[in-house]
Ligand binder design. Structure first.
Ligand code: AMP
Ligand code: TRP
Length: 328
């Protein structure tokens, strides 16, 4: 089947993926494979801009590859690779930096947020983060980039860099990418308050055992106004109900929606039902993951092969880029 175009997306290697990563990104990566020629990248070079993600880089890259493959990225069809395996991206980053205004980079909300988060480590790489991201996207002549809403300014920025480059060098070598927002979905952590994330330790790992999952789900914060089993609850403000709406069969969602309001069902029962549905949903993922864990060299081969296929595309683009720039 002819595909609609090329999709590219990347994520920093944060190790084992959680439910937020799955519902907010991975599920979408998997679905896009049916219609697009997909390139998915574990961006280890971007990870070096922050200290936490610099640690255990190799292990985290491997764990993330395991999760993406177990979730359904098909390496025979799509390219799954590690950013640093294609050094051309660093070269392109340098060239693109010459058509990028520094003031625009330092004005980006994502940069300002990083300054607040790590005032002691405002490194040069952090400023250039969106330029490297642009290099990732354009190196593979990507048409569509699926990302969360927080990354939208970066894609708009990439489009500007592409226009500047093509104009400066009077070329059409680079393609302006389109953003594709993943379903607007922000998964809240088990604290019922913040976005699910590993750093806040409010996450549920996809690779946990069913027992660990039940334990984590039991810790989920529900409607705070519901103190006792006999108090009626309000599902509209309960994160467990939100998760039921995403993962559970409609009849069960309807039942909880009614019964919670009249104290017909308690929070413990409601959470157990969610844990059961979640475990059922994750069963094939966990089976596939266990199989992959026992085939470490297969996973390394997938990444190696993906890197080679990605590099072949990158090298072609770089020939055009250097030619346009009149680099000998
Ligand atoms: P991160 O691990 O923060 O680099 O995120 C990797 C991908 O997962 C990005 O595309 C995020 O948008 C997505 N993601 C991470 N956490 C969540 C969450 N709590 N809810 C929805 N999407 C998320
Ligand atoms: N900046 C993205 C993030 O923090 C990761 C990323 C790097 C990316 N290069 C990319 C995303 C290219 C999409 C396309 O989540």
């Amino acid at each position: 089947m002819t595909k609609k175009g090329r999709v590219f997306s990347g994520a920093r290697p944060t190790g084992r993926q959680h439910l937020g990563n799955y519902l907010g990104a991975i599920r979408n990566y998997v679905a896009l494979q049916a219609e697009y020629d997909c390139v998915y990248c574990i961006v280890d070079v971007h990870a070096l801009t922050t200290v936490e993600t610099t640690q255990d880089l190799k292990l985290n890259t491997f764990e993330m590859a395991l999760d993406w493959l177990a979730a359904g990225i098909r390496p025979d069809e799509s390219i799954l690779f590690v950013q640093s395996h294609v050094p051309e991206v660093m070269e392109l980053h340098t060239y693109l930096s010459m058509v990028t205004q520094l003031g625009k980079l330092t004005d980006l909300p994502t940069f300002k947020e990083k300054i607040r988060q790590q005032p002691e480590n405002i490194n040069y790489g952090l400023v250039g983060y969106p330029v490297l991201m642009t290099a990732d996207i354009v190196l593979y002549k990507s048409d569509v980039v699926p990302v969360g809403i927080d990354q939208a300014p970066h894609i708009e920025f990439a489009r500007e860099i592409v226009r500047s480059f093509n104009y400066r060098y009077d070329t059409k070598a680079l393609i302006e990418p389109q953003v594709k927002h993943t379903e607007v979905l922000k998964v809240i952590g088990i604290d019922g308050k913040d976005k699910m994330s590993k750093s806040l330790n409010n996450h549920i790992e996809l690779a946990s055992t069913p027992e660990e999952t039940i334990k984590r789900v039991r810790e989920m914060v529900t409607d705070p106004a519901r103190q006792r089993r006999t108090d009626p609850g309000n599902p509209d403000v309960c994160n467990v109900f939100t998760m039921h709406k995403i993962m559970s069969p409609q009849v069960e969602v309807d039942m909880i929606n009614t019964e919670c309001r009249i104290a017909g069902i308690g929070c413990v029962d409601c959470k157990l039902r969610f844990a059961t549905n979640l475990n059922k949903h994750l069963e094939p993922f966990r089976a596939k993951r266990a199989e992959l864990v026992s085939q470490e060299s297969y996973v390394q081969d997938v990444l190696h092969d993906g890197g080679q296929r990605a590099r072949a595309i990158a090298q072609k683009t770089m020939i055009e880029v250097r030619e346009a720039m009149q680099l000998p």
